[in-house]
Design a protein. Structure first.
Length: 178
């Protein structure tokens, strides 16, 4: 994440977008990397309310990976840290296009995600008592979605699960062409 933050800071003072920010827990880290302002975007009113209460200095907006409430080419970077865990193939493609749209020329994107071939029920997230499905995305599928959206691959990787993790972890850094 620090490598991506360094790439994004080259496009400051544009804001960085924490797409799928949830509770806003990454705001202090992003600011500590010199990224400011940070715009957190999430579709959950409850998550945004929590983010506002914990981090009133942040800017929190209603939106989703598929519909980011930002102008074209307005962000120095987009972070999607385990934000696409509920997206199917069409949603993944739409999210890639939308992230590409808001990135400034040359600005980077970082997506972290569960990787592999098997989806699984969430241990932490549920609706009406039913666990949400967490998508396990193969790294090549994510890379293909980002490249199809017009982004250039910078780096990608996958690691096996550590103790306590149920799935391998994937990561992709891509950037908008200059």
């Amino acid at each position: 994440m620090r490598r991506w933050a360094g790439l994004a800071s080259a496009h400051a003072p544009l804001p960085v977008v924490d797409a799928g920010c949830g509770t806003g827990r990454l705001l202090p880290f992003l600011r500590g990397c010199g990224l400011d302002p940070v715009i957190g975007v999430d579709p959950s009113a409850g998550m945004l309310a929590h983010a506002r209460s914990m981090h009133p200095e942040g800017e929190w907006r209603d939106g989703s990976l598929e519909h980011l409430p930002l102008a074209d080419a307005s962000a120095c970077g987009v972070l999607g840290w385990y934000s696409m865990i509920h997206l199917d193939g069409d949603g993944l493609a739409a999210a890639a296009r939308e992230c590409a749209r808001v990135l400034a020329p040359g600005a980077p994107l970082l997506w972290g995600f569960h990787s592999g071939a098997a989806d699984a029920p969430s241990r932490h997230l549920a609706v009406d008592g039913e666990p949400l499905v967490v998508r396990a995305l193969p790294v090549p599928v994510v890379v293909a979605a980002l490249v199809s959206a017009g982004l250039e691959l910078v780096a990608s990787g996958r690691r096996e699960p550590r103790p306590g993790e149920r799935a391998a972890q994937g990561m992709v850094i891509a950037r908008r062409a200059r």
